[in-house]
Design a protein around this ligand. Structure first.
Ligand SMILES: *Cc1c(COP(=O)(O)O)cnc(C)c1O
Length: 366
């Protein structure tokens, strides 16, 4: 087991997230085992799903030999290139949103590979850097980003364009049984045939954990790398790589009838022990968690009672075997408490919880 840096530092005054690099690497290897013929690329957009793109990329590069990364913006790619600088220029950094005229210099200077999303971007790229490698995203039914099918012929005919990766994105991989997956796959195989020299990529995390028909040459592994399920239900094969924690900073005994927090939305039905933890919606704990979700305190369940406020959340710790103490830790997701549970209670998905972690949440790498 990795030793927690938390054990060696001063007691925390505020929230933190433990990021377990060994768990990240285990998830990377799970994807590799699930898609054995494919290269596994790490998707580290949005600062590595809120957990720190530089650290995530360094860990997967150094420990697992990851050599391909995806970000959304060129400026994210530039920062990532700097973070990987001591690993040479070997890694490919793909930029999902593709090039725009004012970012071409960034692509050149940071050696970024664009994902071209249509004829307009393809012409821009081929005109600026003839012969430079690029990926092409073809939209096979997501209707969000990517070249529409009717632009693909024009792209394929462009002088100076070198497509070395053709990709598409599944709209329904959170539900593997959806017939839309197979329909998109069939379209993808068709259209990728126009670029016989290019490698092919269809799968994100969901596709990576689906069957071999979805794997192709390269998998774009995002949320599963961080240990969160890409599916509608929890995926217990993934190792939780992020644990959101906060210290208990006050304890309070209530009489029956006393209420807790703004609006008095929780009223004690019995003598109740309340623990106040230093975490709030300002840190990314959704206000929807109020009176709905639960934390763990000293290994035991403690319901969130009353409204989540900006900096604080209140927990019912009455039924714990032993009352917690000031400075004890409340965990809101992590090992033994799937982030999927909190996401579901808050009517959202793990992706939004992770990327919503606020700037006050200390990122601690184990
Ligand atoms: C964000 C993204 C991914 C990663 O998706 P996960 O579900 O997090 O694995 C892959 N491909 C594209 C096009 C994306 O936008």
């Amino acid at each position: 087991m990795a030793t927690s840096s938390a054990s060696t530092r001063a007691p925390a005054a505020g929230p933190w997230v433990d990021i377990d690099r060994a768990a990240l690497c285990a998830n990377y290897r799970l994807a590799r085992a699930s898609a054995p013929g494919a290269e596994i690329a790490a998707v580290v957009k949005c600062d590595g799903y809120g957990l720190g793109a530089a650290e995530i990329a360094r860990a997967t590069a150094a420990r697992e030999g990851c050599r391909a990364f995806f970000v959304a913006y060129a400026h994210e790619g530039r920062a990532l290139r700097a973070a990987l600088a001591d690993r040479g220029r070997a890694a490919a950094i793909y930029v999902f949103n593709g090039p725009e005229p004012d970012a071409l210099g960034l692509f050149r200077d940071a050696d970024l590979t664009p994902v071209l999303n249509g004829a307009r971007q393809a012409a821009l790229w081929a005109g600026a850097f003839p012969g430079a490698p690029a990926a092409l995203h073809v939209d096979t039914g997501m209707n969000r980003l990517g070249a529409p099918m009717d632009e693909v012929a024009a792209v394929a005919a462009l002088e100076g364009l070198r497509i070395d990766l053709v990709m598409s994105h599944l709209a329904c991989s959170s539900t593997p049984s959806s017939p839309k997956n197979a329909a998109q796959r069939d379209l993808f195989v068709d259209v990728a045939g126009r670029f016989p020299d290019a490698r092919r990529s269809l799968a994100a995390s969901g596709g990576a954990l689906m069957d071999g028909r979805y794997h192709f040459d390269l998998v774009r592994l995002g949320v599963a790398l961080y240990g969160a399920s890409p599916f509608d239900e929890d995926e217990p094969r993934l190792a939780p790589a992020a644990a959101l924690k906060a210290p208990i900073i006050q304890l309070r005994r209530l009489q029956a009838g006393d209420t807790v927090g703004y609006g008095g939305t929780f009223a004690a039905a019995r003598p109740t022990l309340i623990a106040t933890a230093a975490l709030g919606y300002g840190d990314g704990l959704p206000r929807l968690a109020s009176n709905r979700a639960a934390a763990r305190v000293n290994g035991q369940r403690a319901a969130i009672v009353g409204r989540v406020s900006m900096d604080l959340v209140t927990l019912d710790v009455t039924d714990l075997d032993a009352p917690p103490r000031i400075g004890d830790t409340a965990m809101f997701f992590g090992p033994g408490l799937p982030i999927h549970d909190l996401a579901t209670a808050c009517e959202t998905i793990s992706y939004e919880l992770l990327t919503g972690l606020g700037g006050r949440v200390d990122r601690r790498y184990l």
